[in-house]
Design a protein around this ligand. Structure first.
Ligand code: PLP
Length: 393
């Protein structure tokens, strides 16, 4: 009797797994030897922890090429969701109008809805085409005199379509509107260059392609952005004042930082830098191409958001994130089959982007999403193709 099948993890767009061994080692080492509160006290260990945190701020500032070139404007949060909430709540004032694409994640759509229900903002949602791309002209068309902000995802977490960010950046700069980029899916996989893309703020997460642990992420604030605090508390500086400090990074940070996670994030960034993002992307794109070529002949299977139901390779502007559906089978059922019969982990349903699914015609059941990571192999892809042949051949 054969033993249990080894896990094949194709849910890297949710969170990358496994992480490089160096990430756990860095976290274990920091936790064992240096995990005191940074910057709160003058003793050596506290200063050392503070230096580590500041070094990572500097790395993030350079990684995202912030034109501010100011590490203090790299603010740590628990994840991309927290960074998006922080920026949307901080930047929007009563009467403001915001523009976002339907592709956006609930971590944008829900804060916008909350602000709208509170009577603070109005917002317009812009459609996408059959390739999952938003037309910058459609954004331009809904910009009005009250528009304060455009917020959009760099790439769809449902179909992987990379958005025309440079064009939207140029448009926003031209109209004097702030541009907030959700780089949750792209940071660590393709360049996120704030200067080249003319982006004012980047919300990122550490636990996907940056290969850091969960509980890490942040907001990179450009030079011309005046964003107030949305929460306040202890910072370790100017403790006699009952008012929260105005200087970055404290302006947007309160309470003890996730230093253990930040140490792990730094190790993840080291690993990505040593391997090279081009090498990582090439490997993952190769896996996606192999998968698409493998299932192209299975006519009961449809691929969404690629402009063609049976593509044989990933388009140029797509990350290795592929959403499929199987005729006559709800997404959840396909996920269950892959899990129980093949030990293949995928993400099914709406992937927290319900309007992207409405646009692709896959609501309400959603899709079966395969997202590849650097540690996946061609042999694993072949097992997934065999499993799908078994189900839909
Ligand atoms: C496009 C996009 N934005 C935001 C998020 C939220 O990221 P986090 O879970 O780190 O808050 C995700 C996570 O899936 C995402 O894919």
């Amino acid at each position: 009797m054969p033993g249990p099948k080894p896990l094949i993890y194709f849910d890297n767009a949710s969170t990358s797994f496994p992480k490089p061994a160096a990430v756990a080692e860095a976290m274990g080492d920091f936790l064992s030897h240096r995990a005191v509160n940074p910057g709160r006290s003058g003793f050596d260990l506290s200063l050392e922890a503070g230096r580590m945190v500041d070094q990572v701020r500097g790395r993030l500032d350079r990684f995202f090429n912030n034109p501010a070139a100011d590490p203090d404007r790299a603010v740590f949060t628990a994840n991309a969701t927290a960074a998006l909430n922080l920026s949307l709540q901080g930047l929007c004032s009563p009467g403001d109008h915001v523009v976002a694409p339907v592709l956006d994640h609930n971590s944008v759509l829900r804060p916008l809805t909350m602000l709208q229900k509170a009577g603070i903002i109005t917002f317009d949602l812009v459609p996408c085409d059959e390739r999952g791309r938003v037309d910058p002209a459609a954004i331009a068309a809904v910009i009005g005199p009250l528009t304060r902000l455009v917020v959009m995802t760099h790439a769809s977490n449902v179909c992987g379509a990379v958005q025309p960010i440079a064009e939207v950046g140029a448009l926003c700069r031209d109209r004097g509107i702030l541009f907030l980029l959700d780089a949750a899916q792209t940071a660590g996989l393709i360049p996120v260059d704030m200067t080249a893309l003319q982006v004012d703020l980047v919300a990122f997460t550490g636990h996907k392609s940056m290969l850091g642990p969960t509980g890490t992420g942040g907001l990179i604030v450009g030079p011309d952005v005046d964003i107030p605090s949305t929460h306040s508390g202890g910072t370790g500086v100017r403790s006699a004042s009952l008012e929260h400090p105005d200087e970055f990074p404290w302006r947007l940070e309160a309470g003890t930082l996730n230093t253990v996670g930040i140490a792990g994030l730094a190790a993840g960034m080291d690993w990505v830098a040593a391997k090279g993002i081009d090498t990582i992307l090439e490997h993952e794109r190769g896996l996606a191409d192999r998968f698409l070529a493998g299932i192209a002949g299975l006519k009961k299977i449809e691929v969404h958001g690629c402009g063609h139901p049976h593509p044989t390779a990933l388009g140029a502007n797509h990350l290795p994130v592929i959403s499929i559906s199987v005729a006559g089978r709800p997404a959840e059922q396909v996920g269950l089959f892959l899990d129980t019969d093949w030990n293949i982990a995928v993400r099914t349903g709406l992937q927290c982007a319900p309007l992207a699914h409405q646009a692709m015609g896959t609501a309400p059941s959603g899709s079966v999403r395969f997202s590849f990571g650097f540690f996946n192999t061609p042999a694993e892809v072949d097992v997934a193709v065999t499993a799908l042949e078994d189900l839909a051949g």
